[in-house]
Design a protein. Sequence first.
Length: 355
Amino acid sequence: MSVEVDNTQGRDASFRHYSVGSAKEIGWDGVVRILIVAGYGGHTGYALALAHELKNAGADLDIVVPITYKWVAARFNKLGRILYLTLPRKPGEPLYRTVTRWPKSFLEATHLIRGKYDAVIATGSNFSIPPALLQKLFKKPIYTLEAIDRITSPSRAVKILYKLKATTFLHWEEQKKSYPNGVLVGPIFEPRIYEVKDEGYILVTTGTWGLPQLYTALSKIGVDNTVIQSGDIDPKKVRKLNSKWTVFRYTRDIHRWIARATIVITHFPGSTAATARLAYGKPVVMVYSTRHKHLAPPIDGRILARKLNAIFLESITPENLAQALDKAKQMPTPNYSNGSKRAVAYILRKAASHK
């Protein structure tokens, strides 16, 4: 169990090269048109963070999300025009099942791009590849970013984009090892949208696949006031462990639940830990999901826990979960400013220089 406090937390000095100024200071007149490829899961969070900053700066935004992911589209209301594209490959899906969707996605991207965007921001995952490749053919800028929890090794999609000469934003100094030419902007996370309260419940988020072993451990330590996002696991099965729990598969507004929680337990890898800890200052316990082991190794969880002043559990028992909940509440809140401001300043300065 990782309980160390990262002594570098809150020190933004290495991230301050790009500061956000007014449009006049940047030399930008507000005519830049940008496509954000939002994807799903944690990629949605990065897209939201950047979309909020770009919208505030007056950028003209189109936001593309996977077809059928309407709950993702709903999170971008009022931030820009919503467009849809076929998702080439779903999480964990065998490659042979994707052979028809890849060409379909590329064809749709051809009609979507047409050289009309000053920049494309590809937030990672295979969903980003077709629009980014088409943008590359038109010799226009591509931006991407590594996941906040992918620290010691590169993710496949972002590495492809990096090789396509996409400007790659990084959250942490350690990521420079995988991306020597990357731009370090600091942690990018979803902005706070609700007032922080404490309504006494534990919030548990477990992504798409859920974490049955976590639900079992919680039931054995007798925690009643609990809200669980169970993903593809039937909420009725989860409630059999404790009828007092509030359980749902997904929500369009996870921020509302985070803002009012006492503490957040979430799966690793995933972006909810950063949102809860950095946007809302909530104590966080991260539980390693072996089904996600292809996305990030346990060492990345330990490093991220130190940076966030959170607890990381590689395996889970009722005993170590109870201990983790107590220790997480005692840890100081880190103080990082949002790297999305620096990333947007970089994008706008580049747009101004190419006018």
